[in-house]
Design a protein around this ligand. Sequence first.
Ligand code: DC
Length: 235
Amino acid sequence: MTKTTTHEPVITIDGPSGAGKGSVSRAVAKKLGCRYVDTGAMYRAVAWMATHDGLALDDEPAVSALADRVEMTLDDQTVLIEGHDVTSAIRTAHIDAAAARVARMPAVRDVLVRRQRAYAAAGGLVMEGRDIGTTVFPEADVKIYLDASPEERAVRRASDPAHGLGRPKAALSSVASALEARDHSDRTRKSSPLVKAGDAVHVDTTGTPLDGVVEQVLDIVRQRLAAAGFSTHFI
Ligand code: DC
């Protein structure tokens, strides 16, 4: 008998900075008609708001209370926090570092994980981050772990216009060392470090152009959704 699945699909895309998660997740969500959520933008927006409000970034009770109460709206184009359009402002080198600090705090993570889970109630979802397949949605329908060599990730990050603000003349070597420091922080923190979920499909994007990676990931997603009995609408 053919298996059918009635819930809406949850697809997780995790991996280090510069692996191409944003572009790939956005494209996959669009193809499948699912919502795209960038959880890194949530950590960034909280870091921006904490800085804006003059909070100490190591004040875990204050920053987590802020993460809990702030109004945040994300779509695939813009990020709003308490009515401020921070879409570009959260991509500076300063917020890169501030977001990594905020993301190390378990109380902040607890609040944001709860907010991230709430998105699944509203329909099909492609969510990208670091711990989505391991912690946020361990039962996700499809899990992808995107990676690329450190050299290629640094080149991509340095040439990404979304990340150009505040460092127009950023030399590749300084982008590479900032990326390495942030990766180290993400991989070694105690609370939900960046790690591949045991059941995630590892996709190495080194040397593959974006549209090739999107096709590869879409193939995996479609095969898995078909095997799980999802309606052809998603496949
Ligand atoms: O993906 P990004 O570079 O925009 O993420 C910003 C920071 O937040 C980065 O230090 C990783 C961290 N992060 C996290 O710890 N967990 C997530 N689910 C998403 C991002």
